[in-house]
Design a protein. Sequence first.
Length: 448
Amino acid sequence: MGVPLVWRCRKSPCGDANCIVNIFRQGPGSSTGKSLQIRRVAPGLQRLFRGPLRQRRQTTREWMAKNSPPQKITVFHLMHTYLPEVNGVALNTYAILKELSKTDDIESIVFAPFSKRSGDIPHYAIPHKVIRYFAPPFKRFSVAFVVLTQLLRTYLGGKFDVLQCHGPDQIYIGGLFKRIVPSVMTVGMFRNDRMFRGRSAKIRRLRSGLKRMDRIVSISPVITGLLTTYDNGLRGRIVELPLGIDLDHYRNVPAGPVEGYPYILYLGRLTGGKRVDVLLSAFSRVREEMPKLFLHILGDGPQREELTALSGQLGIAKNVRFFGVVTGDEKIAMMKGAELVGFPSGSGEGFPGVLLEALACNKIVVANDYATAKVVIRDGETGFIYERDNAGDMARLIMHVLKNRERIETKILPAIKEEVERYDIRKIAAQYRTLYKDLALPRQAAGQ
């Protein structure tokens, strides 16, 4: 067994004990403290001064932490889509990063694939750096290898403290990155309830990635329950952070020009899981009693032609208008001008951002009996819930709201305002800032 090591003053001619005592008497940054060298002393002497040595080191660390300038934390966001692509993932991330850009201690960098759209989009001035990567149209393993190579090359060009992975494939790539660069803290982002569905190979990749995430962000209690049911061992690493919304901006946008007719509004993608077909069927029944009512559909997707044909088959084509993708203030103004908002979605949601947008515009929502929708919409309190995928029940509630609008608004609007305040973007961004600091500051203090 070798002789332990302790500190000894180089200049002092006294014995080991006196020399160590002299060192203990000096404050951090003293001349004696600067001229230290390692010397071998008796084990008994080390045991005698082990406590004071440990205390001095702790005091020095505290002094340095107190007097050192604050370090900026760099957070790298690995994404599968971003602006100018307009979708929920891109817009929700943009809103949080825009708010975080107002702070001095968090630097956000987005790492996203090259966009199919060219140029900027109105209303969205990006205040942070965006780095584009090439995502090849190959099998998933090849994509992971190509993206990981580009990610590592980017890291060597400018290191970051936290890697946040948005989506299952990104979590898998982030897990591979963590194996190579273990000092970087990793955060996995869970956004919808379909991440554990699909091929077994996909599930295995996701599980391997989750094992290497230092934190897992769940955007709703529904997603938290899904994660813990799948693997209860993840519970200690889950942080529940919902989506946020810029309430000040939404409240300052005026309602759009009066169309001359009442309309209800749908906002979202046109895909199978959104169940827009149920909304069209319900609207056809409502229109029988209210022939001057219109339906405005804001969004695009693979089912647009199919839904357009369905509206013709139901005899409501003249009263249904497909606007395509609408963004920014125009979208908010159209939502404020609506009689109510319909939310027929039945899958693929973790925390529907459109519900927050509707509540921020003081609009009553008629929503499907879907677990993630009921996180925000409580039947009869902050909106109305109809029987799962039942067009007849949806039509009944729409007519109930339209015929009793003033009385219902008097009862519900105060609860809507109270509910939506919980999701103010400033509050959500502050929680993310705390998460990043909790992860990165110990790493920076350790000099990694």
